[in-house]
Design a protein around this ligand. Structure first.
Ligand SMILES: Cc1ncc(COP(=O)(O)O)c(C=O)c1O
Length: 469
């Protein structure tokens, strides 16, 4: 008999007393402090013991009962029954965590990690405010299905943002809210019926895009990248689409030249093909004004534009947007309604609030200045520290690229660096048919003045020890 167990309650706490009792008892039961079958205070007795109202304790007991943790048995009193957890994990055959993932997710960010925002300069107060209001609005909303295309007010904000920041005018009904770039690409591949077709991908290019297309049964054809950006090979026939990063080539950073922009649009028009524009960095271009979205020059209605909040706000949001030409809205509406409706309306509402309050625009302006400063800091430090055989390239983009001479093994260096908590990426996996360059990609967003020299020294020692040629 363990009936004397009393959960701790604190009246100063922001959590309700009911919740405190519920959590205290639940923890005691699940951790074995209260054993199965043992008798506990009745709710009336516990309310007297704790000096809180009977209703307060009764509500906590109801919650415990709903979870199958206690039962009330008349004269036999209230006892621990504990049917949670339903299946102890140890009794199941072990299942290894998947190896086929492209992220190191839910780890603390590493120095030089690419593709994440600055961790120290986020406007947390405005962001919390946006979420508080979003929860209030959406929790009072009737429990009905939301628009699968995404919250209209957010789609309006995005259309406004695209017009002002990316020079691209579209109707909110062309906009679909997605689970980031990855989710948008999945929708495009499904809705356009691209399985079994051929597509151009940039070489070098974002490895995840190439893998995604191969997963979806698309044959990928290399389109080489030179100083002007991607060059679509004229010799290939029957290519139905191309996935491109025109504003900031990933990973080399240049914007597609004016002549090449015209060339890819003409190719799409003449070949009856489509261009999927991956605008992953949006307006986060560090020198001068960001190149306008390719979709803004699209007279033929061949460009499907994808933006993401992963770099501008937080990759954990899993939010992005897809804008399709007006002729395709019907097809995409049907597809997303059945297979890929927009996700959490609370997250959508919070982003809408954040944008409508002007915080998003202010944040981006501040980040452009901050990232430019951090990049300069990094480049200066690398120039002091680096092995003379290593070429450092830093134009465009939210990264710095290092190119190694000869046969230096960039994958091995990156793996070693990661063991030392330096989140650099090897460059060679971004190439896939044009003789891979060897090197590293360094993210700039979390470079700090106080640590940059030490980190560059460490990286430089690693590189020098393994650089041949
Ligand atoms: C080239 C490129 N496209 C898109 C993304 C963003 O993908 P998502 O929106 O799925 O996070 C990234 C992020 O690393 C990227 O590097």
């Amino acid at each position: 008999m363990t009936g004397a167990f009393l959960p701790l309650v604190n009246r100063e706490h922001r959590v309700s007393i009911t919740q405190q009792i519920f959590i205290g008892m639940r923890t005691a039961i699940l951790s074995g402090v209260l054993e199965k079958g043992s008798r506990i205070f009745s709710w009336k007795d516990l309310s007297a013991q704790l000096g809180v109202s009977r209703g307060t304790v009764k509500r906590a007991y109801d919650l415990l009962q709903d979870q199958g943790l206690i039962v009330t048995k008349g004269r036999a009193g209230t006892r621990v029954s504990m049917t949670l957890p339903a299946v102890p994990l140890e009794s199941l055959p072990p299942v290894r965590a998947s190896q086929g993932l492209f992220y190191d997710f839910e780890e603390a960010p590493q120095y030089f990690q690419l593709g994440i925002p600055a961790q120290d300069q986020f406007p947390a107060k405005a962001w919390h405010g946006a979420w508080r209001r979003a929860i209030a609005i959406q929790s009072a909303r009737p429990q009905v299905y939301p628009d699968p295309q995404g919250l209209l007010s957010l789609r309006r904000e995005i259309a406004g943002y695209l017009a002002t920041a990316r020079g691209y005018r579209c109707h909110p009904n062309q906009v679909f809210i997605t689970s980031g770039f990855a989710g948008a690409l999945g929708i495009v591949l499904g809705a356009m019926g691209f399985r079994g077709s051929k597509a151009f991908v940039e070489d070098p290019g974002f490895p995840r895009t190439r893998h995604a297309l191969n997963q979806a049964g698309v044959e990928t054809i290399s389109a080489p990248v030179d100083r002007e950006g991607v060059n679509i090979p004229g010799s290939e026939r029957e290519v139905r689409f191309a996935v491109l990063t025109p504003s900031q080539q990933a990973p080399l950073g240049m914007a597609l030249s004016v002549a090449r922009r015209a060339k890819v649009l003409d190719w799409a028009n003449a070949a009856n093909a489509w261009i999927i524009e991956d605008d992953y960095a949006g307006e986060l271009q560090l020198t001068g004004r960001a190149a306008p979205a390719l979709a803004s020059d699209d007279k033929f209605g061949r460009v499907l534009h994808i933006g993401s909040f992963s770099k501008t706000l937080n990759p954990g949001l899993r939010l992005g947007f897809l804008v399709v030409p007006p002729t395709l809205t019907e097809v995409f509406c049907t597809f997303v309604s059945c297979l890929a409706p927009a996700g959490s309306i609370v997250a959508q509402q919070a982003v809408q609030d954040f944008m409508a309050g002007g915080h998003f625009y202010r944040h981006l302006r501040r980040m452009k200045t901050l990232y430019a400063r951090r990049k300069t800091l990094l480049v200066e430090s690398l120039r002091r520290e680096l092995h003379p055989g290593v070429r450092c390239e830093f134009g465009g983009a939210l990264s710095v690229r290092l190119f190694f001479p000869g046969t230096t093994d960039d994958v091995a260096i990156a793996a070693e660096a990661q063991r030392l908590s330096l989140g650099v990426l090897p460059l060679s996996p971004w190439y896939f048919s044009h003789g891979p360059a060897k090197g590293l990609l360094l993210g700039i967003s979390n470079v700090r003045e106080r640590s940059v020299t030490t980190k560059c020294e460490l990286l430089s020692r690693l590189i020098s020890a393994q650089t041949h040629g």
